[in-house]
Design a binder for this molecule. Structure first.
Ligand SMILES: Cc1cc2nc3c(=O)[nH]c(=O)nc-3n(C[C@H](O)[C@H](O)[C@H](O)COP(=O)(O)OP(=O)(O)OC[C@H]3O[C@@H](n4cnc5c(N)ncnc54)[C@H](O)[C@@H]3O)c2cc1C
Ligand SMILES: *[C@@H]1O[C@H](CO)[C@@H](O)[C@H](O)[C@H]1NC(C)=O
Ligand SMILES: *[C@@H]1O[C@H](CO)[C@@H](O)[C@H](O)[C@H]1NC(C)=O
Ligand SMILES: *[C@@H]1O[C@H](CO)[C@@H](O)[C@H](O)[C@H]1NC(C)=O
Length: 532
């Protein structure tokens, strides 16, 4: 590991997405060869088989799985993608096809062992692929577009999407294939419920425009569909008037019950009531708060000493932060009054409120700052054995006791642990995305977003992840993985639960050859079965 400079020590202590020098790479099974006549197609000039191209598409942000495709398609139009898929499905031995956005998946979901990776970003080269309809209040964006670019394009019209992920260098197609969650989801739902229409190239190579009224089964299948039914080439996303600024706060707690009670109060507030526009939360386990330079993003050194005092008084060593934001426009709102009215209702540790006032873009693009710092010291591209779970509200305290204070208790993980509630009624059960199948109104997302920082960390963190999942099973906590990963179909069957039969049916309809997004390992793709 690199020498522990003050900056690196600070990163270990303070920021979200961290690092390592080396980790274990597990190859995905790979298989057959592409048919030679692929290169006689009129898309041949957009297909690359050289190592430069295939190496780029052999790994992802997680740096845990690795598998080379045989080729990479750089499509100029959705029709190029359709041509590739039709070629595969009409071959005697269809080959797998995986769209790749930014490749920010964590467990090889964007890989295509033995097949063709579609470099979605190529669609945007030299084309205008973000069109804002001001009067109608939506934006049409290519599936390959980054959310940050959509933000900038819509802001030119004073508008913006309503639901965001924490990090904006992700593609529309990539987040909509999962759900796209963040601190606005409690009010607006995940990104998938803020979409009006999609263009999809299905696994049979058809170009279909779908919506709640038009080919609704495809529309609902693809949203949260893990790339299993086709490629999203355009999404029509709902917009709202954009705020100008954000008052961004962190509130510290030592007691998990108070923390969750306050979070649930905040997410119960309607847009018309005084409340926050964004609500998330973080857990810090035995963090060495004294590490850190003067100018941390959120806390001054005086804050850090006070927080360290709080940690030592908290029996478990764990402290919890609500992270929240209130949007405003200085010309029209008095944010201070509104903020005060909300804070009065909460029970954070007296005096432990930390505030920043930033532009709307600075707030939404906040993780970029961390990324830049981490990139600059070469610690962004490291293994990330992340585990994200949705936990029913009725069991969140059990989860806290058994996992955060149990399995992970006393550790000082490198990375961030997120923990925040969402309202179940903002999710649409017709979509493929899976949430806990209980009748509770609220569930929590818990993100164990940890990085491997030393030899052996990948294995250790993976063992802990396994222990967390085993704990949920043993205690009958109905956890659902977000950005799910299972290696056996049995796991997937349990994951989808009541939605499994429908998912199989839709797969048979839209991708009967099981060629799409094989890195998800839900359905056996042709080359993977050949390799068994
Ligand atoms: C730093 C960081 C922060 C993150 N924060 C959040 C967060 O706050 N909230 C959240 O919800 N997620 C978050 N994520 C997870 C993110 O949603 C996933 O990584 C997701 O995979 C999007 O990444 P991508 O656009 O690079 O897609 P990829 O990783 O390239 O693809 C993901 C999957 O979708 C498929 N796919 C890609 N494009 C398309 C398409 N156009 N049509 C159909 N299928 C497609 C791929 O085949 C693959 O199976 C974060 C990830 C990182 C690395
Ligand atoms: C591959 O990358 C190397 C180094 O950047 C470059 O010199 C070479 O021309 C590239 N090859 C192809 C086929 O693009
Ligand atoms: C944006 O508009 C242009 C011009 O009408 C059109 O060619 C393009 O396909 C549109 N892109 C999207 C993603 O809607
Ligand atoms: C916190 O970590 C330190 C070492 O980093 C360890 O000595 C201490 O016991 C830990 N605290 C708890 C509560 O586990």
């Amino acid at each position: 590991m690199a020498a522990k400079t003050p900056l690196v020590a600070f990163l270990i202590g303070m920021t979200s997405f961290l690092f390592v020098v080396a980790g274990q790479i597990s190859p995905l099974p790979s298989g057959g060869q592409l048919p030679g006549d692929l290169f006689a197609l009129n898309i041949a000039s957009k297909i690359r088989t050289d190592r430069n191209a295939t190496t780029m598409a052999s790994s992802d942000f997680g740096r845990i799985m690795e598998a080379a495709p045989e080729a990479v398609l750089h499509p100029a139009t959705p029709a190029d993608i359709a041509a590739l898929i039709r070629f595969s499905t009409s071959s005697p031995a269809p080959f797998p096809v995986a769209p790749r956005g930014q490749g920010h998946s964590a467990r090889g979901q964007s890989l295509a062992p033995g097949g063709v990776v579609v470099d979605m970003r190529a669609l945007g080269h030299g084309h205008r692929r973000i069109n804002v309809s001001v009067g109608a209040g939506y934006v049409d964006a290519g599936g390959e577009q980054l959310w940050i670019d959509i933000l900038h394009a819509t802001l030119q019209h004073g508008l913006a999407p309503r639901a965001w992920t924490d990090y904006l260098r992700l593609t529309v197609g990539g987040t909509l294939s999962n759900a796209g969650i963040g601190g606005q989801a409690f009010r607006h739902g995940p990104q998938i419920t803020n979409v009006q229409e999609l263009d999809v190239v299905t696994g049979t190579g058809q170009l279909v425009t779908c919506s709640r009224d038009k080919s609704p089964d495809l529309f609902f299948a693809v949203l949260g569909g893990l790339g299993q039914f086709g490629v999203i080439t355009r999404a029509r996303i709902v917009l709202e008037p954009a705020a100008k600024r954000a008052r961004w706060v962190r509130l510290a707690y030592t007691d998990v019950t108070t923390f969750t009670r306050d979070q649930e109060l905040l997410i119960s507030k309607k847009a018309s009531e005084a409340g926050f526009d964004y609500v998330e939360g973080q857990v810090q386990l035995n963090r060495t708060l004294l590490e850190g330079p003067e100018s941390t993003p959120f806390f001054s050194s005086a804050d850090i000493s006070r927080l360290a005092g709080l940690v030592s008084r908290s029996g478990s060593g764990a402290i919890y932060f609500i992270e929240a934001a209130m949007y405003y426009d200085e010309a029209t709102t008095s944010v201070d009054k509104k903020l005060e009215a909300v804070l009065e209702q909460l029970s954070f540790m007296p005096g432990f409120v930390f505030m920043k006032d930033v532009t709307y873009v600075q707030f939404l693009d906040r993780v970029r700052m961390e990324e830049e710092v981490l990139q600059s010291v070469g610690v962004w591209d490291v293994p990330h054995p992340w585990l994200n779970l949705f936990v029913p509200r009725s069991r969140i305290i059990d989860f806290d006791t058994g996992v955060l204070k149990g399995i992970l208790g006393g550790t000082n993980p490198v990375g961030v642990i997120l923990m925040y509630p969402m309202n179940t009624n903002k999710w649409d059960g017709r979509m493929t995305a899976v949430v806990p199948q209980t009748d509770e109104e609220v569930f929590y997302t818990v993100g164990l977003l940890r990085s491997a920082v030393a030899v052996g960390d990948v294995e250790r963190l993976e063992r802990e992840n396994e222990a967390v999942l085993a704990f949920c099973t043993k205690e009958a906590i109905q956890c659902k993985q977000y950005l799910p990963h299972y290696t056996k179909q049995d796991g997937w069957r349990r994951h989808f639960g009541a939605k499994w039969d429908r998912t199989v049916e839709l797969k048979a309809k839209y991708d009967p050859h099981k060629i799409m997004a094989p890195g998800q390992t839900i359905f056996r793709s042709p080359t993977m079965s050949a390799a068994q």
